[in-house]
Each structure stands twice: as C-alpha cells, then as structure tokens.
Design a protein around this ligand. Sequence first.
Ligand code: ATP
Ligand code: MG
Length: 399
Amino acid sequence: MEGKLYLIKEGEISLKGGNRNLFEKQLRHNIKNKLRPFHSDITKQKGRLYALIDEKADDEMIIKVLSTTPGITGFARAYQAEKNIDAIKDKAKEILKLSDFRNGESFRVTVKREDKSFPLSSHDVSCILADAVFSLFPDMTVDLKHPEHTLTCEIRNDVYLYTSEEKGEGGLPYATAGKGVLLLSGGIDSPVAGYMMAKRGMKLDAIYFHAYPYTSEMALEKVKTLAAIIAPYLGGLRLFVVPFTEGQIHIRDNGYEEEATLMFRASMMQTAERIAKANGASAIVTGEALSQVASQTLDAMNFTDSMTDLIVLRPLVGMDKEEITERAIRIGSYETSILPYEDCCVVFSPKHPVTRPVKEVARRHFDALDMNPIIEEAVRNTKVYSFDPMGKEITDEAD
Ligand code: ATP
Ligand code: MG
C-alpha cells in the first residue's frame, strides 16, 4: 500500500515483559480505530510501530490522533530509502527541503545502525548526512547537545529517515487496565481525572448528575463539550446523564442541611455503582483532591467510599489546584470548565457543610432518607450520549 509513513515510539509498553504483545495489540487497535475511515497498516519492529496511513488522511488529523493516544511517547513522519548510501543521501536531501531546517540554526544528525551488516559505520553515515545538510543550508551549525533540529537515520531491515519528532502523551493504551465510570461534572478537576486514568490504561464511561431546571441546559451542554474534549484521550466515551432533581429536592427537604452535600455524594456513589455494574465497570473515578473543599476531607471520602463496594479512584488526590489547572489547559478542557454554568452541587450546597462526618452516623442518616426508589427511577430515566474517539457526538442519523 502507498501512503504516509509514521514511526511511533512506545514508552512504558516496552517495559512490559510477557504482556507486551497484548499492550501492543491494543495500542495498534486504538490507533487504527481512531484513524478511521482512513485505512492504516500498523506493523511493529523492535520497540517501534510503523503506521502506513492512507495518503488522503490529512497530516493535522494524523498528528492529533497520535499526540492524544496514550501509550505513544513520540512519533515522526518518516521516509524510507533504499539501503545504500547514495539513496539515503538523496532521500535525506529530499526531506530536508520539506523540513523546517533553516540557515543560522543548529542541527545534529543521529544514526541508529541496527543492521550491523551495513557496510558504513554510524559515524561515516553521520558525516555524509551532515554534508547533505550543509549542501542545502551552508549557514547551519552543528550542536550535538541542544540542537534546534535533528535529522535521524535508522538503518534496520529497512532504512528510515525523519527530521521532526513530536511528543506523545506517554502512559499506557486505554482499554488495557479494566473499565471504570468517571463522575464528570462541569468543573476543572473531573475531566483531568478521567484523562489521567485513561493514560493508565483504563476504559471509561462518564456519568453526569443533572438537576434541571436548578442546573440549566447550558450546564449539560458544557458537560457534553467536556466529554467531547476528553474523548480522544479515552478512545471515545459514553456519557450517562442522570436526572437527579428529585433526589436533590428529597435530600434538601428530608435531611440535615449541613449534610446535604454528603448525602448527595453518597447517592452519586450508589447510582454510579449501578450504572457501572450494568456496563461492566469495576471502579468509580472522581476529581476529588484532599481538602480542596469541605466534602473532600479524609472523613468525608471515607464515608463516600463506604457507600459502594467498587474501588473509588481519585487520581488528583495529592495534587493542588495549580497543577490540576496546568493539565486542564494542556488537554484543552480548561476554557470550557471555567464557563460560568453551575453544576448541581453548587445550587444545593449547604452554608455550613460538615467536614468531619462520623461514618456510622452519616450512614444512618442516609439510610433514613430511603433514596433507593429515587435512585432506581433516576437510573431508569438516564439518557446516554456517545462520543467517538475523535470527540464527535454519535447521533442516530449517523448510525
Ligand atoms: P470538579 O472541578 O471536577 O467539578 P470540584 O472541585 O468542583 O470538582 P466537587 O463539586 O466537590 O468538586 O466534586 C467532586 C467530584 O465529584 C468531581 O470532581 C466529580 O468527580 C464529582 N461530581 C461532582 N458533581 C457532579 C455531578 N453533578 N455529576 C457527576 N459528578 C459530579
Ligand atoms: Mg464541581
């Protein structure tokens, strides 16, 4: 097949002993699936993947796919050359003309000579390729330590040349470490939490508790936008929207005011657990960080944990707001997260929330609320939205 060749570097996967094949297979599947409808052939060779992608696929799209897919540490548009030094030199010149190498800037040549039968040494090949650079850009300088540009030549079964390497997300391919449900609110934290678990190999569905009309249609739209933004990192996701107005009102009218948030969180855990179990997920992921707000103290988290027998994962627990914000900016969710539409916690928040609940007491108060029928009804009326791995909402018409 003719096409565009991309060389892909795997990070942590290369450390996986016996399971390595499984991880690689999943990563290849994840990339192929994301590149659809364009055809791609992905082969592997010693810690590298080579993706040959349909000529018609546009480079910007390919770069977006590869830079948002966990499991990839770096990638480059690569070109093959015949295995002789003249062909290598000619090909190098050809790609240098397309590159961002510029007079006045610095470069280095890196040669990886895996094929020990190649007649020239790495040093010889480097010198010849440096000459090729100087023939096109006589005013460039060599800087081996901190070059602005690098020309790389890998001599393996085949010969590959590339000039620019992009950074990938690192981590492990999603769908290699089980499945979880992400409690996704409209804030800064939970999209980052989802991204972090996906990067550790988890497959995720998201759940949003909507209290219409206390929280507006706009709040829901915002969460849908956030789902679309994180979808590429997660390989697509489904968003379960749970109508929880009745639950909130019931808690407000029948519980203790200062415990309202706690009771809501307990209800969220129980609802999430049902949705998780019905969809093959075994963990609940939240965007909580220790002591960020009143309901995120150790005692409060201990209580909410006790409301479910699924494992509750809080990947941001030890991070401060600044670190979380930095990541939100990097993954592109921040701008949406800071839009002003409030999520339901804020509307029903007590003025003086309990920060040190006693688990047994809170549990008794929760049981007295008899949330079960309300939760069941909410789960029954849950609406599901789906987003493909490029973040596009999948609607019925498109099916
Ligand atoms: P975030 O920035 O993610 O909204 P937050 O700092 O506002 O978090 P809380 O509102 O206390 O903190 O929520 C803590 C976590 O509980 C959130 O990160 C999210 O995982 C979950 N959560 C809160 N509200 C909702 C909701 N309406 N729907 C789904 N999950 C929610
Ligand atoms: Mg919030």
